[in-house]
Design a protein around this ligand. Structure first.
Ligand SMILES: Nc1nc2c(ncn2[C@@H]2O[C@H](COP(=O)(O)OP(=O)(O)OP(=O)(O)O)[C@@H](O)[C@H]2O)c(=O)[nH]1
Ligand SMILES: [Mg+2]
Length: 604
């Protein structure tokens, strides 16, 4: 800022923003402009306030007050330019290169020294601080273009730049749809394509290709990329297009075969290879487009596999690797087949049509799973244990009201045997209760006599481990056998039970009837069949008793009964009818008592 007055030595002048300068020496200006030189440390204040180094102010030729930064770093901090790297162009324009901020051009009216115009400092600072920074960035990116003008794509090949229309088509319009049209037109017109070069389009001098004279994609190069483990594997997805092109190729002459034309014209070949290498991006785009096109035209797009790799031996991934294991693993196939058999068994079971007599028996005795309201409507007191045991509204003298007198007797435990030699003498006719563990043998004993707790029960299979003998009055003996099949016991122990049961069933002379208990839900199991076979051999009379009928639907109770009756039709020792009971509800108990009481009556 030029001074209007002429201060003398020792005068204090005010220069912008209340900064005081002591005029130490006034130098005669060359251009009529006086410059000030600070005298003492006030210069530092001035430096801090104005952020300039005023110790060595310089005047420009055009009277513009200028600032000089201490060093390049400070200049960069303040203004964002690197003065140290400033260059001067031939046209007198000083170019200051901002660090990592692109290139900035600052016009200087001065004589070429390293300075920026003082008047422009604030403006520059605000520009570099605010949104103008972005402007600068864009500007630097579009170096050589005016602001607002779109940056042009540059091509090494001048020909390509010249033919703007084709460049546009090449770069911008290379979409799957366009490729579809393109390849379709090739196929339709019977244009030739060499074997294995699906993506090869070139100028054969006939201006037939949409990329005439500008572009060539060589399938062979794509293939080479694959061979070298490059990222061009997608070219092999183009087989279908290749085949179509190959079909079309057979109809045209040799001169139109692109690779032959390439051989004839080495310059052209050079050009095409260069082009491909230079514009790698466009090549990949082409490849992708063709791949997409081939998928569009010939087959549904392949599902992209996720990055998760499934270890076929890892059972924790069961849900994920279902498909894999089902395809490859024979063991899995076997299991699958087994499960199919199981399913078909269930289907067979559901297909059973029970006879009307069984259905009516199930209905009359309220067998199967029922709602409480049904029991109430039928007049049973559901507060009592086994309310359906035909003793409605029974009082303390329940046993007196049992219709079958023998079961009114007291149930008394009198012997337990782990081995056959421990069996008690066979004085009374015996009725044994056999079956798998947890099927409800002990519960049935209690239920029949309505003496809960005499025979010990548990929801844990394997509670009864000895042959327990119970006297029921003077005329009958009930025998609770250990169960077989699954139980919480050692294998050896279980084997002993089974041997003991078999021995008892096989050799006991006092045994008049074996009630073979079968869980209604599960039906006969292989172990049951083993015992049946044994009893058949020893001609021991046995009767099937379905237990836990309250846990399944009435129709299924009837089906199970029907199924087992069918199975045991040919068995000679099997006694009809099949019985169905529930120790919990008391359903079917009356019928069973009647049957068993007859044994005691006629037994000798
Ligand atoms: N819902 C229902 N549960 C029953 C029935 N009969 C028995 N249970 C239950 O089945 C479980 C096993 O009964 P148990 O009488 O101990 O069976 P078990 O055949 O003697 O068993 P082991 O002595 O181990 O051979 C117990 O929890 C009983 O309450 C029934 O008819 N209905
Ligand atoms: Mg038991």
């Amino acid at each position: 800022m030029p001074l209007k007055t002429s201060p003398t030595n020792g005068d204090t002048v005010r220069v912008r923003s209340k900064v005081k300068f002591s005029v130490d020496k006034l130098k005669g200006p060359m251009d009529g402009v006086r410059t000030l030189k600070p005298k003492n440390s006030n210069a530092n204040k001035a430096d801090r306030k104005e952020r300039v180094d005023a110790r060595k102010p310089r005047a420009s030729n055009d009277g513009v007050r200028t600032l000089q930064f201490r060093d390049a770093d400070e200049a960069h901090r303040k203004v964002g330019v690197d003065i140290g790297k400033s260059k001067r162009s031939s046209d007198g324009v000083r170019t200051l290169e901002p660090k990592k901020r692109g290139t900035k051009k600052v016009q200087s009216k001065g004589n070429g020294d390293d300075f920026v115009p003082y008047d422009n400092v604030n403006e520059k600072l605000s520009k570099f601080r605010g949104k103008d920074k972005r402007e600068l960035k864009t500007k630097s990116r579009n170096d050589g273009f005016e602001s607002g003008q779109k940056r042009k794509r540059t091509y090494a090949d001048p020909e390509m730049v010249e033919d703007k229309g084709d460049v546009k088509r090449l770069v911008k319009k290379f979409t799957p749809r366009s490729m579809k049209t393109l390849v379709g037109s090739y196929i339709d017109k019977g244009k030739k394509a060499p074997r294995g070069k699906a993506c090869e389009f070139e100028d054969s001098g006939e201006n037939t290709s949409p990329f005439t004279g500008n572009r060539k994609f060589k399938g062979s190069e794509l293939r080479d990329k694959k061979d070298t483990g490059g990222k061009m594997n997608g070219s092999y997805k183009l087989k279908n297009v290749q085949e179509k092109l190959r079909d079309g190729a057979s109809k045209t002459s040799d001169k139109r075969i692109p690779h032959l034309a390439t051989k004839k014209d080495p310059d052209h070949r050079k050009y095409t290879i260069d082009s491909v290498e230079r514009s790698r991006k466009s090549k990949v785009q082409c490849k992708k487009s063709l791949a997409t096109h081939s998928e569009l035209t010939d087959r549904p797009p392949k599902k992209k596999k996720r990055g998760i790799r499934i270890d076929p031996h890892d059972t924790s991934n069961k849900r994920l690797d279902d498909d894999i294991t089902n395809n490859g693993n024979t063991q899995e196939k076997k299991d699958l087949a087994d499960s199919e058999v199981e399913i078909s068994k269930n289907a067979q079971f559901r297909a059973i049509r029970p006879s009307s007599s069984i259905l009516s028996f199930v209905d009359d005795n309220l067998l199967g799973r029922r709602r409480e309201i049904e029991f109430r409507r039928a007049g049973y007191n559901i507060e009592l244990p086994a309310p359906l045991d035909n003793i409605p509204f029974s009082t303390s003298s329940e046993r007196e009201r049992i219709e079958v007198p023998v079961f009114r007797n007291r149930l008394e435990f009198f012997a337990a045997a782990k081995i056959s030699s421990s069996f008690p003498p066979p004085d009374l006719p015996e009725i044994a209760f056999a079956g798998r563990s947890n099927v409800g043998k002990s519960s049935l004993l209690n239920g029949l006599t309505r003496q809960w707790g005499v025979a010990r029960t548990s929801d844990k299979p394997g509670l009864t481990q000895t042959i327990n003998f119970f006297k029921l009055g003077p005329k009958l003996c009930l025998v609770d056998l250990p169960g077989y099949g699954f139980a919480y016991a050692k294998e050896e122990v279980k084997e002993n039970w089974e041997e003991l049961v078999k021995e008892y069933v096989d050799s006991r002379v006092a045994l008049k009837r074996v009630c073979l208990l079968v869980d209604t839900k599960w039906g006969l199991k292989p172990r049951d069949h083993e015992l049946i076979d044994l009893m058949e051999r020893s001609q021991t009379k046995y009767q099937i008793v379905l237990t836990k009928t309250d846990l399944v639907f009435p129709i299924d109770v009837a089906r199970r009964a029907m199924q087992i009756e069918e199975n045991l039709k040919a068995k000679k020792s099997a006694v009809q009818p099949l019985m169905m009971v529930s120790s919990k509800t008391g359903a079917g108990m009356r019928s069973l008592r009647t049957v068993l009481a007859n044994i005691a009556r006629f037994a000798k």
